[in-house]
Design a protein around this ligand. Sequence first.
Ligand code: ADP
Ligand code: MG
Length: 625
Amino acid sequence: MTAKTTTHEFQAETKKLLDIVINSLYTERDVFIRELISNASDALEKYRHESLTAEDPFDGHVPLEITISLDEEKSTLTITDTGIGMSRSELEHNLGTIAHSGSNTFLTELAEAAQKDVSLIGQFGVGFYAAFMAGNRVRVQSRSWDGSEGHEWVSDGTGAFSITEMEGLRRGTRIIVELKDDAKDYATKWKVESIIKQYSAFVPFPIKLDEEVVNTVQALWTRNRAEITDEEYNEFYKFIGNATDEPNYRLHFSADAPLMINALLFVPKENFEVLGFGKMDPGVNLYCQRILIDQHSKNILPEWLRFLKGVVDSEDMPLNISRQALQDNALVAKLRKVVTKRFLKYLIEEAKKDEEKYLEFWKTFGIFIKEGATSDYEYQKELGKLLRFESSKSEEGKPVSLADYVLRMGADQDTIYYINGPSRNAIEAGPYVEMFKKRDIEIIYTMEPIDDFVLSHLGDFEGKKLVSADRADLDLGESEEESKEAENESGEKLDDQSTDSLVAWLKETLADQVGDVIVSKRLVDAPAMIVNPDGYMTSSMERVLAASRAEKGLGMGGDSKKNLEINPKNPIIKKLADLQKADADFAADVALQIYDNAMIQAGLIVDPLVMVERNYKILGRALQD
Ligand code: ADP
Ligand code: MG
């Protein structure tokens, strides 16, 4: 070794990944060629974009292309690109670490997933290491477009790599894969050619195999929709999304005003984020006149649309815009708005055409729509139409839209009601829905922690207010029937005077627990329930916030006190009024237990130790007589 050689250990995560790549992934080795071609293509795109503004780029005259050469005798496959190249430190960093947050869970998940489906490797930005699926040694010779000296990176993929300065390199990167004994096929032309044809049809640069160009360069999104087959679309999706599945939805549109746009967007089948892979990178690339300006662009769509794959091409964009300038470019913001609105409109239309299919989408990607609804005011109107929830009038597992709800509601109803709970059963058994059931008013069941944030953020839908049924000031009014009923019932109900004195006593007894005690106008059977005096917060929202405070070690925080509504028709409440006079100590235990029970029904936290002890005390007393 010369003095110019340095050796480096792979980052721990990379070692693990290489171990997976080398030892578990024998099948579907073909993808390594696709990974290397896709890196070459990325490097060429980057160079093409940078060179637009560069004064005098190194090797500026060299044509942009990918060359693959095979040597059956030496058993090597060599892929060369004239792209942006890598400096010494870039070689060390880019080919020694995993760009994607390489946490342990990520790797464990990947190891499992990769055994099932090797193409996943490409999805998580670890593509280069696929070279070790077929190679027992890989050499990377590279020279950066800044003209600094070139280097060779060498590794057998086990623990370390070396980097040595190398003379005589041109701009770009050459990767020499020294094939394993059982991977010698990859030095034969028929094999490699068929892989390129299969995987790399949309690479926007010529790919030469033994001096012969084997692909046709095309920008699918600029072609006439009528002339593109489903197959071509799907192949393009697989190429651009590094995917193996077929897209669920596809939107190809062009516009001339207010901006010139050609866009091709795909919704995948699978949501990798919920499969445990961490937050995904955006999947839409921004082009200008077919030149890639921003790959996996964070700017062209809002963050909550990161699950989309595809291309947005606008001729109005200045070609020489730098990636940094995209972020606060007014034109990009306008483009983002147009494309986002257009996509949401498309989804709304698709849902109208085929609700079943939309519900499949909703199951997989609904969480992103909810994320948008809680974070992006700009598209609330559209997002509201895309939401789906179960309700007291929906079938189990068949969520309905807010528009459906509005269609069903009575002429005099001006509010859409919802209530949170862990499940349909739990909600229907709870106190909050009693009056809704009795009055035949539909109520939405929000069963995910984020749901109440979504609805309270939305505020209203088509002019109807969205209100949580655990609000203290909820007023369902009283129907004529009910006021008659109330008169007839007067015998069964605790009389007003006793009620007043019970309420006063409860306020005192539960002074540490509740803000206020109120006689309920809406409880039918249950003895009591917790309601929220803060019109914005629901119990579910509070639970989420408390959990996140606890996670951050901030303690429970100052949760606001709730109100307790009691039902004077309920036998326990009636008896409590007597008990309070006869045995105030025991009555206090019962009152606290009623409060705890109501808290539990609201999904809120009680102290289980205290609660169980008290409960035994009450049981003991019940069994005495
Ligand atoms: P990804 O392509 O998803 O970033 P890879 O593992 O395929 O992940 O590549 C890692 C990084 O190595 C790339 O992001 C790029 O910076 C660098 N790289 C790989 N191949 C090349 C190449 N042919 N030319 C220039 N840089 C490359
Ligand atoms: Mg790659």
